[in-house]
Design a protein around this ligand. Structure first.
Ligand SMILES: *Cc1c(COP(=O)(O)O)cnc(C)c1O
Length: 403
């Protein structure tokens, strides 16, 4: 008997009661703007920044409108010049090259390894060809490269490392929180990430000058004194008149929804990984399916799972996806000729011009991607894993019969 899965791959958990109550409390005051405060009142946004700084161990934190805005703002605050090159992963989501473009820069895409990490050898080659001041490292789908090697490489070449932690909020490398290896880190609180406020972003850094500029850029006006996790006033005094306002503030409604979620983040990370393990255990038994190898130093948070089907050609992958879809399992394919939904690759970013990325192309051609929402039970995950395993098997049999 063939099993059919009935779950919804895009269904997140509801906002918990405490978040709803706090959000209602903000709505009742009418003071949704983070600087619209009663005397001695502290904004939800400022409290969120203080709590997220404490959580990550960063000196400063700024909450903004999105993860993409966070990255653009850090690049602007670092004084990115028009047309300046920024190194970044070829395997990432479109808002990453988009953030570089928004800041006036030019992305230089770096190759991807079979384990979905930035290729450090290719990074060296691209750096030689296009000497760059900044590396925007995207921990795409939560895969974390050897951060000891990465930070040493950056240090030796005086490259400023900015981390895109949209998929690594709550993750670690060698026990150090993701986002604390680089000069600055950007997080997203968009619905599909690890905390959900619909839209939203967070920046952390220990660099006072950078964070003062980022705060003024985000639209603090002269009200930066109302932040709790910002640099001292004298730093703002130096930058406030020479930094443009490119509005992108967090509002107190979203901050109110996020603060209680921070308290349950670690527990949710554990729950995501439980689900990942349940699916991965099934997939590990599928012949012809490759799961990326993960370093023991990587404390990942698996809100999604990736695997390659290296033996299948494009037609076989399409048939395999149709089999899985037929059985209720919604998979994304990074090798699809046309971008669909959220899934795109460098050839879909035509504004960058043609790219020469043979290794990335080879990896993405057979790369499959699946969300793991917390609304799935562990049983759901075992079912989904078994269906994928069976569909890979059925496809391999169908392929061999045709020959
Ligand atoms: C979602 C995402 C972002 C940006 O987040 P938004 O809040 O949607 O702008 C950045 N990088 C990666 C890898 C992402 O998946």
């Amino acid at each position: 008997m063939t099993q059919r899965f009935k779950g919804e791959f895009t269904q997140q958990e509801p906002i918990a009661k405490e978040g709803i109550e706090r959000a209602l409390a903000v709505l009742r005051t009418g003071r949704l703007h983070r600087y619209n405060l009663a005397p001695r009142e502290i904004s939800e946004s400022a409290l969120l920044e203080q709590e997220f700084a404490a959580y990550t161990g960063a000196r400063y934190c700024l909450a903004v409108t999105s993860g993409g805005y966070a990255m653009t703002t850090v690049l602007r605050a670092l004084g990115l010049r028009p047309g300046e090159t920024v190194l970044t992963n070829a395997f990432t989501l479109s808002p990453v090259p988009g953030a570089i473009a928004a800041a006036g820069g030019r992305p230089v895409l770096v190759e991807t390894t079979e384990d979905l990490l930035i290729d450090l050898d290719d990074l060296e080659r691209r750096m030689a060809a296009q000497p760059s001041r900044i590396l925007l490292l995207s921990h795409m789908r939560g895969h974390i490269v050897d951060m000891d090697a990465m930070t040493a490489w950056c240090r030796e070449r005086s490259v400023i490392l900015v981390e895109d932690c949209a998929h690594t909020m709550g993750a670690t490398w060698n026990g150090v929180k993701s986002g604390r290896h680089g000069h600055a880190a950007c997080y997203s609180t968009q619905t599909y990430k690890h905390m959900n406020s619909g839209e939203g972003g967070l920046i952390v850094s220990d660099d006072a000058d950078l964070m003062a500029r980022a705060t003024v850029l985000s639209g603090s006006y002269m009200l930066y004194g109302r932040h709790l996790a910002g640099p001292p006033d004298e730093v703002f005094a130096r930058v406030r008149l020479e930094t443009p306002n490119c509005s992108g503030r967090m509002d107190d409604l979203r901050a109110a929804i996020l603060r209680p979620q921070l308290a349950t983040l670690e527990e949710n990370c554990r729950r995501w990984n439980e689900r990942y393990e349940a699916v991965a255990r099934e997939l590990a038994q599928a012949a012809g399916l490759r799961l990326p190898h993960r370093s023991a130093a990587e404390g990942f948070v698996a809100s999604s799972i990736q695997f390659n089907l290296p033996a299948f050609d494009a037609a076989q992958i399409e048939e395999f996806l149709a089999r899985a879809r037929e059985r209720g399992v919604e998979l994304k394919w990074f090798g699809a000729p046309e971008p669909a939904g959220y899934t795109s690759r460098h050839s879909s970013w035509a504004y960058l011009g043609e790219q020469d990325l043979p290794d990335t192309d080879r990896v993405l051609t057979t790369l499959i991607d699946m969300r793991l929402p917390l609304t799935f039970s562990l049983d759901d995950c075992r079912t989904v894993g078994a269906i994928i395993r069976e569909c890979v098997h059925d496809q391999a049999v169908a392929g061999s019969q045709r020959q």
